[in-house]
Design a protein around this ligand. Sequence first.
Ligand code: 4AD
Ligand code: MG
Length: 469
Amino acid sequence: KYSIKELLNNGNFFLEKKVLVEGWIRFFRNSIFIALNDGSTIKNIQIVLSKNIDKKLIKKITIGTSIKVIGILKKSIGKKQSIEIKSLYISIYGKVDQKNFQKSILQPKKHSLEKLRKQAHLRFRTSIFSSIIRIRHHIAFSIHKYFHEHGFFYINTPIITTLNAEGAGNMFQVTTMDLKNIPYIKKGDIIDYKKDFFQCKTYLSVSGQLEAETASLSLGKVYTFGPAFRAENSNTSRHLSEFWMIEPEIAFYHLEENMNLAENFLKFIIRYIIENCVEDLSFLKENIKKWNQEDNFSILDRLELILKFPFKRISYTEAIKILEKKNKKFFNPVIWGMDLQSEHEQYLVNDHFQHPVIVFDYPSCIKAFYMRINNDGKTVRAMDILFPKIGEIIGGSQREERYDLLLKRMKDTKIDDKKLWWYLDTRRFGSVPHSGFGLGFDRLVQFITGMKNIRDVIPFPRTPNNAEF
Ligand code: 4AD
Ligand code: MG
């Protein structure tokens, strides 16, 4: 029993051997050939229906049917494939309900990406989405590989938390369905519904950074790779309410080293994908225009370009100067101290530099409390990495390791320092300079696959108004 990928990659080895494959029928040709796919690769294997296969059975198999095939692997005389399976035996696992099939995205014709999204449970069967998901897997794998090879430890931070690590009011609250099951409530107790299960308000985490910091201040180099939740009402092509984030955190690292790490890390992943996802990338390269019409580029060229040159590095103040010099009228006026809006980021990265840009030393007033304040007293050691088309893909900083300054910053920004006593502890007992960043995983998948909408690179997207399945 072999996967279709194994057979196609080792065709010569299996020649004239008896093999068993299983999969779903993609299409028929000349009523004697079946294109079978099992998800292991973008490619289909050709099954030749031989005369000894029961005619009644053949009538029952339609596009989408799942089957088992036993046959002999042969050299194919057709031009489209080098090998094929001459069937000896076929059996059906599941037939296709023809009535509902007509409405489904499994019907072999061009469907819009919006339509695919509405049948998220079936879109894994389509070439485009299965390609994206395989690439998504390889990206995740290369991330673990990079960190493992560079001495990082993978840690898990809590999803249920009492904090807002980013200091913004965009969290989902967690409550129990039924307080009766809470262990510390005894029979006869008056239930205080305000207290709930944890006896305090809890939320879904927006970031694992603060916990990761405490781990890095013992283990040296750590990273998280988990879901993050943000109740932002931003119905854009780059925001999800539930997204995946990778957050490395490194002790004894300054901002410069943090930027070097982020750049090397992104380049490693892209190189890994170019080398290990050849078939899926070339499928996307050839077909992406069908879906993302106005994108007139080659995915591979764009990925190679990222590897070719160092990322541009400019301070926030320099970025503002570039934007001010530009005659273009921005919808949001450019003033030092403002947060860079999507249109400003897009201008810098798509028009001005046409290459990834690292913007550092942002004004403290627009950044989170934990970032290290610079000697000018106005800016912090923050860095954002902007990518073509995507905009911000990474946000990071050197952290404020000085107890007094951190406490002052917390008070100034109305962060509850009592609740964060454990975080402050790390600055009491052998504090050291340290840095880290957060990479938006789904945005990286979006960049690498060239998809315009982030909803098309995650299996079950969660966005405002959309959590059905
Ligand atoms: O810039 P952010 O908010 O940074 C943090 O959360 C820090 N705690 C990271 C750190 O220093 N450890 O988020 C980091 C990245 C963004 O650059 C973006 O790529 C992604 O996470 N991101 C989102 N991706 C999809 N949907 C959303 N709603 C996102 N919000 C942030
Ligand atoms: Mg950010």
